[in-house]
Design a protein. Structure first.
Length: 64
């Protein structure tokens, strides 16, 4: 049985996992994050450089 795109978007295990990824401690206290000017950097970059999706983004606007 085919699923609708809405069903896939809302219930996909992978999409739900990606939506659940948090940010590093430094981002949590960052004013750019608090003001929605940055969403905590790139989780793929974090994974590449730190080994975790919730690590510090090497290309952070305010310094690595
Ligand atoms: S990636 Fe850098 S600029 Fe963005 S929220 Fe995190 S600390 Fe702030």
């Amino acid at each position: 049985m085919e699923k609708s795109i809405i069903d896939v978007w809302n219930n996909s295990k992978m999409f739900n996992y990606v939506r659940s990824i948090g940010v590093c401690a430094e981002c949590e206290i960052c004013n750019l994050y608090k003001n929605n000017n940055c969403s905590g950097g790139c989780p793929v970059s974090s994974k590449y450089f730190t080994g975790t999706f919730e690590g510090k983004d090497e290309f952070c606007y305010i310094g690595g």
